[in-house]
Ligand binder design. Structure first.
Ligand code: HEC
Length: 140
């Protein structure tokens, strides 16, 4: 009986160590560059950017994205300070070099702390937001 108890404790501590290793590995993986799959990068944006679309998307952006990404998309929203990794700067050159398809995929899939927007916004809303993000860097 005593022996069994000892083994259980051992098993439990082994499990705890394993979990810690796993979490550490996951945290490390998170710092890696976030790359969308080739098939997603190649997808074209079906929503043509017009002033009306951009106005609609701005409302969506201010409500859903600005708390982290900031009202101007600089990655400096009120929640940004407490987040790791930091919210992307939507006006950056790195983002400018990404295809619409890649950005759409990232936004749809999410990555902690960013939510999975395919569960929150419709496909059209997500493409509209990509148009909006593009307009942010053009204004610079
Ligand atoms: C809770 C905070 C949070 C919210 C809300 C949020 N994001 Fe993010 N977003 C992030 C973080 C953090 C990253 C960087 C993730 C990483 O690199 O692992 C990111 C990255 C991105 C990227 C990838 C940028 C790149 O350089 O490839 C896109 C696109 C994006 N967000 C769009 C949006 C849009 C659009 C919304 C609103 C619908 C939104 N995000 C809402 C935190 C957030």
């Amino acid at each position: 009986m005593r022996k069994l108890k000892f083994q259980k404790t051992k098993l439990l501590s082994a499990l705890i160590v394993l979990t810690a290793v796993f979490i550490a590995a996951a945290a490390k993986a998170q710092t890696k560059v976030w790359v969308a799959p080739a098939i997603a990068r190649a997808v074209k944006n079906p929503v043509v950017s017009t002033p009306i679309i951009l106005k609609e998307a701005k409302t969506l952006y201010i409500t859903n994205c600005a708390p982290c990404h900031g009202e101007k998309g600089k990655g400096d929203g009120p929640a940004a300070a407490s987040l790791t990794p930091k919210p992307a700067d939507h006006t950056s050159a790195a983002l400018h070099n990404e295809t619409d398809g890649a950005l759409f995929w990232k936004m749809s899939e999410g990555r902690t702390p960013m939510p999975q927007y395919k569960k929150i916004l419709t496909e059209t809303q997500r493409w509209e937001l990509i148009d909006y993000i593009r307009s942010l860097s053009k204004k610079k």
